[in-house]
Design a protein around this ligand. Structure first.
Ligand code: KG4
Ligand code: ZN
Length: 339
């Protein structure tokens, strides 16, 4: 089976082809960062328009580069949610139209399931079962994964996602949007131990997160220390607090579930200090930590092609005639996915 994956849930247009025998055989990404940067955040209408302009040319470019014929594709997976409704509709409509024209099935994939499975594209892939830490701009989740579609949510953010807190704090520091990576870069020059930020919800039982207070803490610290030379120290303390909080909760979840493997995914999974800190878990708890390659930590088409392949494999009976209605789910709780 060969599956074309399409990702358009937010501000990245991603396409890829996953082949059952050959693995990932093609992938392309177009990032809209420069479109949205002047606005300090994502403008949904501009995101939709950019996807319309870029999606089909990106697929054509990928096919031309790899000399793969459209006719060799057996199924199309597209991100059906969660995400921006207009952006999702662009990918879903193209997938449905192409699927109809080629007479092949299409399947809507949950964006976070894509992130959750992205590390399985690596060699060696983490075997099931494992604990997954999903840390992106829209979500922070701790999920116990027993197999495809067997997900138990152990904890989630009660307010801002970790990436969102990075982005909002980066904005306060004048670092532009999205600022997670820029804040991490600035923090490299920060002086340790000058400021101490709280580690939210770590002093009570449970695996939920809360990151919005850290942004407020950063705002107040900045108000009292407004000089540009203080910025790196504030960035350092903020990053340290997020990383330490994620570390404490991962350790707690690993102990609670007795899982031996932690799989980290989502944009914040690219953070170097988080990776260095989580490495300690390998010694502390005798477990292994896995990541997707850096370019697949953030949004991409490969994870959607792969998740779609896994889902199509489980439902060989689906046909194009099953449904031509174009359904997307801007809000789609992950706990409804389990089968
Ligand atoms: O997974 P992703 O590409 O998109 C969503 O599905 O949300 O994650 C993007 C998020 C942004 O908030 C971005 O600032 C953050 O990941 N991010 C980082 C780093 N690289 C990206 N945060 C901290 N450190 C990084 N190096
Ligand atoms: Zn994402």
């Amino acid at each position: 089976m060969r599956v074309l994956g399409i990702e358009t849930s937010c501000d990245d247009t991603g396409v890829a082809i996953f082949d059952e025998k050959l693995g990932l055989i093609a992938h392309e990404l177009y990032s809209q960062t420069s479109t949205h940067a002047p606005f300090g955040g994502i403008v949904p209408e501009l995101a939709s328009r950019d996807h319309i302009n870029k999606l089909l040319p990106l697929i054509k470019q990928m096919l031309a580069k790899t000399k793969i014929e459209l006719g060799s594709i057996d199924g199309i997976a597209y991100t059906a949610g969660p995400g921006l409704v207009g952006a999702l509709l662009v990918g879903a409509s193209l997938a449905k139209g192409l699927g109809y024209a080629l007479g092949i099935p299409t399947i809507g994939v949950h964006h976070m399931e894509g992130h959750l499975l992205a590390a399985l594209l690596e060699d060696p892939p983490p075997p099931f079962p494992f604990l997954s830490l999903l840390v992106s701009g829209g979500h922070t989740l701790l999920v116990e994964v027993l197999g495809i579609g067997q997900y138990t949510i152990l904890g989630e953010s009660l307010d801002d996602a970790a990436g969102e807190a990075f982005d909002k704090t980066a904005k306060l520091l004048g670092l532009g949007y999205p600022g997670g990576a820029a804040l991490a870069k600035l923090a490299e020059n920060g002086q340790p131990h000058r400021f101490h930020f709280p580690r939210p919800l770590t002093d009570r039982p449970g695996l939920d997160f809360s990151f919005s207070g850290l942004k407020t803490f950063a705002m107040n610290t900045l108000a009292n220390h407004p000089l540009p030379e203080d910025h790196a120290d504030i960035a350092y303390a903020f990053e340290e607090a997020v990383v330490e909080t994620l570390f404490i909760k991962c350790k707690r979840a690993l102990k609670q579930t007795q899982q031996q493997r932690l799989v980290v995914a989502g944009g914040v999974g690219a953070n170097k200090r988080l990776r260095a800190r989580l490495k300690h878990l390998e010694k502390d708890l005798d477990c292994q930590v896995y990541y997707p390659r850096l370019e697949f930590c953030t949004d991409n088409g490969a994870m959607i092609a792969f998740a779609g392949y896994q889902r199509l494999k489980k439902r060989p009976h689906i046909r194009t005639s099953e449904s031509m209605s174009i359904l997307v789910r801007p809000r789609w709780p992950m706990d409804t996915l389990s089968n």
